[in-house]
Every structure is written in structure tokens, then in C-alpha cells.
Design a protein around this ligand. Structure first.
Ligand code: SAH
Length: 220
């Protein structure tokens, strides 16, 4: 962790414990998810001027018109993806600041995360390296194409909204695997797809608000 954050670091464990208690009150029941969120410092993933708000239950800007999801949404999506057992190989589409990536890394064997905006990849990589999480692979690419070189994945999470999942991405999900994503454009709902040898089961959950998935990559 960089030294200029150490002042906040002194109190962040207490603040984090309070955040976790709040998440439990809000209905997050998976203790492994809560433990991961208690462990990973969230304030290092946002600009220093926003660090004091990092543990509030809000989404915050991370530049380039993107946002870090609120703690509740991160917890909820992770809980859905995990379904109560350890995750194997996971693909995250939309690394953003890397916070969700770090949480997944505590709960999965391997996390592959793809981000389309170059500078966000560079920053996320630096932060995640600082946390010494050895099982994360970040890539600057269009996540809508998936990551065929590492497929199949036991679980896939999209952190930007889309109205439908490309079939090439669905093919990269293992049988028995789950895909969690914000579905829609103006109006969005959390959606979970489960893949079996017979096909897909779709479950629609609560209303959410995410930035949209955008095709292609952005360099600067
Ligand atoms: N999990 C992130 C969420 C960031 S917002 C966090 O907690 O910070 C969603 C991210 O998805 C943005 O960074 C955006 O650039 C990225 N994104 C949108 N479309 C994408 C695509 N086609 N491929 C990869 N990343 C994409």
C-alpha cells in the first residue's frame, strides 16, 4: 500500500468492519464474501480526494466516465456468482478500478479480468500488484469477445450493462457455470444465467444501475 494512504489506513480496518456489518444488515449472508470485503482495502481503489467516502454505500467516479460499484452491489454480485462454494476460474468483464477483481481473487482459484480503457488497466494493475494477489490476470481488450485463450470459465461476471450476452461469450462458460450481469439499458436488472447440458436458466433479480458495455478498446 502506498505511504500517502497510510493516514487512512490506520482507521480503515475499523471502517471496513463497520461496512461489513452494514452489508450483513442489508441482507448479504455469504460469510466468505463478507470476509473478503473485510480484508481488501477499498479506499486505495479510488482517487485520494474520494478515499474518505470509499466505505459508504455509494458508487464513486473512477474517471473516463466510469464508476466503482457500491459495496452492496459488489457483495451481492459476488454472492450470486459464488452460490455458496469456492470459485474456480473466473472471468470478469470490466475491471474498472480493480476492486471487484480483488474481491474475486480472494474467493477464486484464478481471476481473469478484461478492461477496454487502457489507463484503467494500468492503474488497476498497479493497485492489485501492491496487494500481492498472485492469481489475477488483467488484459486490455474488448471483453464482449470473452477471453478464449483462458476458457472455459466456471463463472463470468459483467460489471457493465448489456441487453444480451453474445453467444461467443456464452460458449466460454463451463457446463454448470454461472454468469451474472446487469441486464438492460435504461432500466436494468441483475440477471443470473446458469448453464447446464440442457441449456440456460435465467433468473432476474433486483433493479440496478450500471454504466453500459461498450464494444472495442480505448487506448487513452
Ligand atoms: N468492477 C468495476 C466496475 C467498473 S464500471 C469496478 O468496481 O471498478 C464498468 C467497467 O466496464 C468500466 O471500466 C468500463 O470501461 C468497462 N467496460 C465497458 N465495456 C467493456 C468491454 N466491452 N470490455 C471490457 N470492459 C468494458
Amino acid at each position: 500500500m502506498s505511504t500517502h494512504h497510510s493516514g487512512i489506513g490506520m482507521t480503515s480496518q475499523r471502517t471496513r468492519t463497520r461496512m461489513v456489518e452494514r452489508l450483513r444488515d442489508m441482507g448479504i449472508a455469504d460469510e466468505a464474501v463478507l470476509a473478503a470485503m473485510n480484508f481488501i482495502p477499498r479506499h486505495i481503489f479510488v482517487e485520494e480526494v474520494l478515499a474518505s467516502r470509499a466505505y459508504d454505500d455509494v458508487s464513486l467516479p473512477i474517471n473516463f466516465g466510469q464508476t466503482i460499484s457500491s459495496p452492496f452491489i459488489v457483495a451481492r454480485m459476488t454472492e450470486l456468482l459464488r452460490a455458496g462454494s469456492d470459485l474456480g476460474k473466473v472471468l470478469e468483464i470490466g475491471s474498472g478500478c480493480g476492486y471487484q477483481t480483488a474481491i474475486l481473487a480472494r474467493l477464486a482459484r484464478e481471476v481473469y479480468s478484461v478492461e477496454r480503457i487502457g489507463p484503467l488497466v494500468t492503474r488497476a494493475r498497479a493497485r492489485l500488484r501492491g496487494l500481492r494477489l498472485p492469481n489475477i490476470y488483467l488484459k486490455h481488450a474488448d471483453g464482449l469477445l470473452g477471453l478464449s485463450e483462458a476458457a472455459p470459465f466456471d463463472a463470468i461476471m459483467l460489471t457493465a450493462a448489456t441487453t444480451h450476452i453474445p453467444s461467443s461469450l456464452l460458449e466460454q462458460l463451463a457446463i454448470g457455470g454461472r454468469l451474472v450481469f446487469p441486464k438492460g439499458s435504461q432500466e436494468q436488472h441483475l440477471c443470473m444465467l446458469e448453464k447446464s447440458s440442457q441449456g440456460y436458466t435465467e433468473t432476474t433479480l433486483g433493479e440496478v444501475r450500471f454504466v453500459p458495455m461498450v464494444p472495442g478498446v480505448q487506448k487513452g
